[in-house]
Design a binder for this molecule. Structure first.
Ligand code: COA
Length: 324
């Protein structure tokens, strides 16, 4: 028998304000047609002044706990992935801990850009499998609207705000791919590629709070090859063939990349969870938001096999395989 991290519940939060492509086209030189054709994005949610990473993360985490039927006393650790924390410290994870009335355990933020949720899931799984924690909240919460250069049409149209969360609970398995829970996670990074996607500044540089900069073509090129490798790695680690995966829940940056990964896995279109059309790229929040949507509407069923993959600034990338 082995310890497994079971996905007990998922939840999401999206800001109430929705901004369509046409609204952006009134602000700067772009068009609904260009954005939809290149990215698949139709609209994004943009945070209001009260909607911060902590507030949205807490809302998503509350929904994930409710979905799991878990109370705050079951949470041993809060791991929150964000590039847009409310404050440098305390960690946004601990603001969420307080907002949810979690009175024990520990928590921290982690910075892995758009791969943040996969990184967080991997850390949470390690904590659970080594017996350090029995219940872990993994949250992605982002307000990219506050770090975008709104005069740069090549990046401003791509991102949105939101938060997603899952609650993982320790369970038992046989140690094979038939087990429920996280089966494997695969993390990668290459700091030498840090200059193709970055936020130019931080609180340590008061002259420069930071805005997002990206070489879109280079990121696209790396995404297609590295995500394909990460997908193969997850299948090989579990002795699975591509036809055996039930669902792909990819990071939501670009519909063309998402569809390429779906084809690689031999999945029908409806087996690939897509939210990029409505949410745009919500960075670390995109995978848990997509999971919450697909679990919430009953599309996904217990026992099905879910593959997740993401790539983001760093460069960071990775994959995770999970049986519901
Ligand atoms: N509206 C209209 N035109 C735009 C535009 C916009 N919002 N943004 C860029 N353009 C223009 C460019 O100026 C360029 O014009 P030019 O040919 O006259 O110079 C043209 O469109 C093509 O730009 P380019 O950057 O080459 O487009 P692309 O086909 O590479 O698509 C991305 C751009 C960003 C959609 C694409 O590169 C991409 O998706 N990359 C990956 C991004 C990603 O996944 N990032 C997040 C990872 S977590």
């Amino acid at each position: 028998m082995v310890i497994r991290s079971l996905l007990a519940g998922a939840g999401g939060y999206l800001p109430t304000r929705v901004v369509g492509n046409d609204e952006l086209a009134r602000r700067f030189d772009t068009s609904d047609e260009w954005i939809r054709e290149r990215t698949g994005i139709r609209q994004r949610h943009i945070a209001g002044p009260e909607e911060t990473a902590a507030m949205m993360g807490a809302a998503a985490a509350r929904a994930a706990l409710a979905d799991a039927g878990a109370g705050p006393e079951e949470v041993d650790a809060v791991l929150l992935a964000t590039s847009t924390p409310d404050q440098a410290f305390p960690a946004t994870a601990l603001r969420v801990q307080a907002l949810l009335g979690i009175g024990q355990g520990f928590g921290f933020d982690l910075s892995a850009a758009c791969s943040g949720f996969i990184y967080g899931l991997s850390m949470a799984d390690a904590l659970i499998r080594t017996g350090r924690a029995r219940g872990v909240l993994v949250i992605g919460s982002e307000v990219y609207s506050r770090i975008l250069d709104w005069s740069d049409r090549s990046t401003a149209v791509l991102f949105g705000d939101g938060a997603g969360a899952v609650f993982l609970r320790a369970g038992r398995g046989e140690g094979g791919p038939g087990d429920r829970g996280v089966l494997s996670t695969h993390l990668h990074a290459n700091g030498a590629l840090g200059d193709i996607l970055y936020i130019d500044g931080a609180v340590g540089r008061p002259d420069r709070p930071g805005t997002l900069a990206m070489n879109g073509k280079e990121v696209f090129r790396h995404a297609v090859t590295k995500l394909a490798e990460a997908v193969d790695e997850a299948l090989a680690a579990n002795g699975l063939e591509r036809g055996e995966v039930d669902w792909l829940v990819p990071h939501q940056a670009n519909l063309r990349i998402i569809e390429a990964m779906g084809r690689k896995l031999g999945l029908q279109r409806e087996r690939v969870v897509v939210t990029v059309d409505r949410h745009a790229n919500t960075s670390a929040a995109s995978i848990p938001l997509a999971l919450a949507e697909a679990m919430g509407d009953g599309r996904m069923r217990r026992g099905e096999l879910v593959l997740m993959e993401a790539l983001g600034g760093g460069l960071t990338w990775g994959s995770a395989l999970l049986r519901l």
